[in-house]
Write a protein that binds this ligand. Structure first.
Ligand code: SF4
Ligand code: ZN
Length: 303
């Protein structure tokens, strides 16, 4: 296949754009799409600010850190930091933490590790021995989200960047549609307003597919951990991953359409209202209900 722009050998075909691109035109497309999202989602005034990256060491967050570093490092008043959440999953997270550390060292970015063990006095390896009806991800997800927010608060950040790509985002939209959970769709990142106690989550990869992210990491020689969480196979998301891929294959552009749906809904619903966030009755962390999802999951009554 030849590049649709210059006729050189292509490295990737992008069905939703109806184009094949050579390496230099692909890099240009990837970086300009990322840049547009950064401009849309991250607003830093003349006084400066701090952006943290939730860096797992996998391809998506590694590419996010690499590109944010490229964009933000020339700006003297903007600090870029990173942290990794250690869920306590032996043989998986320990390896990716090392990869994350190495990337931060090579870029000169401050990096910390925050763990389930320190914050919740448990690990995922311990939690999975007593799941009852729950899936591992249903237990892990709320704790991760809470820890991500805490780590970003500790790093005094205005924004926390997550490495969610187009596929992840489209799956989440569809999962929330299937649950009929409009509120959850409205609370999805990127957060355009700040709410007390919650660091705004941004997702600059949201219009770039998983395949594009892998291709970018390979072309730029970004080292990432390609391991999978051993508990992922039980995730509900797996079914949605399959459905979204099938829809996209038949109707290219559907994943982007799902992102547009989420964006339009959020824009329409919260034009003048601030999203309401209170605090959890038990632990005092930010929560949209009486109990935050971590306390809800622990199954105890409200004290
Ligand atoms: Fe946690 Fe599930 Fe992700 Fe594993 S796949 S780290 S259990 S959310
Ligand atoms: Zn080209």
């Amino acid at each position: 296949m030849k590049c649709s722009i210059c006729g050189k050998e292509s490295v990737i075909s992008i069905p939703y754009m109806n184009e094949s691109l050579c390496s230099s035109h692909f890099l240009e497309h990837f970086e300009s799409t990322f840049m547009k999202e950064v401009r849309r989602q991250i607003k830093i005034g003349p006084k400066g600010g701090t952006v943290s990256v939730a860096l797992s060491g996998g391809k998506d967050s590694s590419v996010t850190l690499f590109l944010l570093h490229k964009i933000l490092s020339p700006r003297k008043k903007v600090k870029l930091r990173a942290f990794t959440v250690d869920e306590g999953i032996a043989g998986y997270r320990d390896r990716s933490i090392e990869t994350a550390r190495e990337l931060c060292r090579s870029l000169g970015v401050e990096h910390t590790v925050v763990s389930f063990r320190d914050q919740f006095e448990t690990t995922m390896d311990e939690e999975v021995t007593d799941l009852e009806e729950r899936t591992p991800c249903a237990v892990c997800g709320p704790m991760r989200r809470q820890l991500i927010n805490m780590a970003a608060l500790e790093q005094e950040s205005d924004y926390v960047a997550l490495g969610l790509n187009l596929d992840d985002m489209a799956q989440s939209v569809l999962m929330n549609v299937a649950r009929g959970d409009v509120e959850r769709i409205l609370r999805m990142a990127p957060h355009m307003r700040s709410v007390n106690g919650l660091v705004r989550r941004v997702v600059p990869l949201r219009r770039l597919s998983e395949r594009e992210v892998v291709t970018y990491a390979l072309l730029k020689n970004i080292k990432y951990d390609a391991g999978w969480c051993p508990y992922y196979s039980q995730a509900q998301r797996n079914l949605f991953r399959k459905i979204v891929s099938e829809i996209e294959e038949k109707y290219p552009g559907s994943k982007l359409a799902m992102i547009r749906l989420q964006e339009n809904l959020s824009g329409a619903m919260f034009i003048s209202d601030e999203p309401s966030v209170g605090t959890c009755k038990r632990c005092g962390k930010p929560s949209s209900g009486e109990l935050c999802s971590v306390c809800l999951n622990s199954g105890e009554e409200i004290a």
